[in-house]
Write a protein that binds this ligand. Structure first.
Ligand SMILES: Nc1ncnc2c1ncn2[C@@H]1O[C@H](COP(=O)(O)OS(=O)(=O)O)[C@@H](OP(=O)(O)O)[C@H]1O
Ligand SMILES: Nc1ncnc2c1ncn2[C@@H]1O[C@H](COP(=O)(O)OP(=O)(O)O)[C@@H](O)[C@H]1O
Length: 207
């Protein structure tokens, strides 16, 4: 019997420098800021603005964008339910463990996956997470239509597009929900400010 790929032959190596030491060095807590929402809801915009705000405060963050990962690490994944579940998952946890503020921006359309991410990052004291729901109406996202993908989905040239012929299940619980205020979209700076205040209040920005 072949032993290639047998998990019994794979061993965990403990690193003498632990997360707490890395965090002390960086003076911050490694955590995942999870941003979910429809395509065009503003996830990447918020992620960039938040990254910039944290940088200006001397905090080390890194944006993991669903689109970007699909250019490299996840380039073999497509948009089947299984692939969507696989996308990012463990990578965010690794970044948080490295002591970084990992800003994970991805549609993450299925509720059960959101629950799995929460289970993956269970203890706020060690690997905290802040879930963000960009609760923007489909009509607005579709109207923005930044890469013309909604149009293609509407005429059946892209199959299984989230919000059109594939579901988006809004999360049942999240730390922060971004919504229109009197029909107006908050500015990227306003949104980033909201997350930073949340993180400050909960001590994520100091070790
Ligand atoms: N079928 C289908 N459904 C949804 N989105 C699609 C699809 N095909 C391509 N795209 C583009 O891929 C981006 C979403 O990638 P994600 O990794 O965030 O999606 S997922 O979490 O795995 O569902 C998404 O980018 P964003 O607009 O940045 O969200 C789309 O531009
Ligand atoms: N708060 C905002 N105010 C104004 N325009 C926005 C805002 N957020 C996003 N946009 C615009 O909407 C489009 C889609 O945003 P993007 O961040 O790419 O969404 P997503 O990553 O969810 O697909 C972009 O053209 C962006 O400039």
């Amino acid at each position: 019997m072949s032993t290639v790929g047998n998990p019994a032959n794979i061993f965990w190596h403990e690193n003498p420098v632990g997360k707490a030491e890395r965090e002390k060095l960086l003076n911050q807590h490694g955590c995942v800021v999870w941003i979910t929402g429809l395509s065009g809801s503003g996830k990447s915009t918020l992620a960039c603005s938040l990254g910039r705000e944290l940088q200006s405060r001397g905090k080390l963050s890194y944006v993991l964008d669903g689109d970007n990962l699909r250019h490299g690490l996840n380039k073999n994944l497509w948009f089947s339910p299984e692939s969507r579940t696989e996308n990012i998952r463990e990578v965010a946890k690794l970044f948080a463990n490295a002591g970084l503020i990992c800003i994970a921006s991805l549609i993450s359309p299925y509720r059960k996956d959101g629950d799995a991410y929460r289970a993956l990052l269970p203890d706020k004291k060690f690997i905290g997470r802040v879930s963000f729901f960009m609760n923007m109406p489909l009509q607005l996202c579709e109207g923005r239509n930044p890469r013309g993908l909604y149009k293609l989905a509407r005429v059946g040239k892209i199959k299984g597009f989230t919000g059109i012929d594939d579901p988006y299940e809004p999360p049942l619980s999240c730390e922060i929900e971004i919504q229109l205020k009197d029909g107006v979209v908050p500015t990227p700076n306003e949104m980033a400010g909201q997350v930073v205040s949340y993180m400050e209040d909960r001590g994520f920005l100091e070790a």
